[in-house]
Each structure stands twice: as C-alpha cells, then as structure tokens.
Design a protein around this ligand. Sequence first.
Ligand SMILES: [Zn+2]
Length: 250
Amino acid sequence: MVSAVMSCFRIAVGFVAAVLAASEASAKPKPQPATSAGRSARPLHATGKTGSARASSNNMPRGFTWPPSQAMADAEATCEHDLDAASITWKPAPREGHIADAVTIEDGTLGGIAYAPVYGKGPYKLDCQLALALHAIGPQLYAAGVREVHFGSIYRWSNVRVGGKTKNVLSRHALGLAMDVVSFVDDQGREANVAKDYRKGDPLLLDVEQLIDASSSFRLVLTPKNDPISHKDHFHIEANPSYATAVPRS
Ligand SMILES: [Zn+2]
C-alpha cells in the first residue's frame, strides 16, 4: 500500500451533509434499501446504456448483497490488487453505509486526473470499484483535455433522486460507487462548470459526457440533458461493477 500523504480523498465523516442538496440527497432512506423487485425497474437508464452488468431492479449492482457475500469480498480483493498493480496511492478506510470496500486515494489522482472536492477538505472515501473505474477512464479524459475534476460528493447515505422526484431506492452514493461532478478543468486551466456551461454546448463537457456514456466501466452519467430537473448543475456518474461473476484470485 502507500505512504501517508496529504489527500483530498481521505476519510470524510460528516461530508454527507455538505454536498449538493439538489441531487439525490433530499430524503433520508431507511436503514436498509428496498428489496422488492420491480418497484423501480431501470429508474436511471436515461442514457440507454446496455451494459452486460445491468443493475438489478433495486438499483444495486448485479450480485450485490448486504452484508457483502463472499463473491463480493473476492471481487473487492481483486479490485485492491488491481489498484496496487496500477500504483494507485490508496488506503483502506472504515466501512460506512453500504460501501463494500471503502478506500481513500492519498494523492487524489486516478488515471492521471486530479480529483478535488468543492466542499470541505475531505478526505473522501469511495468504493474500490469506483476508484478502479476512474482509473480506467483516466487516459481518455486526459486525451480529451481534462486535468482536474471538481466533485461535490461521493459517499452519502441517500436515495435516488431523478426527474425532481426522490425514489424509494437507495442511491449508489450510499455504496460509494457514485460521484457528483460540478466542473472539469482543462489543460489550459479553463474550468467548465456544468451548471453554467453545459447548456451553452461546452465542448469539454459534451466530450466527457460522451466518454463516460460509452465506457463499460460506468453504468451511466446523468446530466442536464437527460435529467434537467435534478441534475441541472452536476454530472452524476456511477461505476458499473458486477459481483455476480466474481472469481476469486488464486
Ligand atoms: Zn449523484
């Protein structure tokens, strides 16, 4: 693992209340997510993505259980191995909510992109699977000109909020698998702000939206285009792990 360095990702108890009130956080969910099938079938597939690891009807990743199953534990062990292999400066963090494998990123960098919080100092915990997904898409973001991502929140215990309505479905923020992004900074130092610039057709924001939408590492991206009510001021991006086919690392 890694030496202790300053970070914008380290543990963030208390961050929950500080973030983007306009997104999925308006209703405090019950301690356990809804489990009834079909109640909210495909609530977030606004982008039309058709990944092989499509989520179950309760918005959880395929194979997700709580507490985590052995298959999930195996998948997270593999994920941590992959972070090590990529020389990512991660540390384990205390579990919170339904984060299966909470980690923090010591230098705030994934895939060559610097991640910085808009609110507070952090550090901010996330699931290993989101860290790995951000690492995977990093080179593409970098090639598009992105150098920094300014996020409003990652983990928070909240329900899905989309189209101006809060669903009775646990958000993937509660799993540490989702990030709300307020702005992206390019290689010239220009900040493209979702709330201010997306409607103007900002090319950087449109490129990022397209890249994430096309990436198998991510389940979806919600933007002012596909959810102009609840996501008018940020991009909501979600990692797309599947625990159904996890194979233990030998
Ligand atoms: Zn979100």
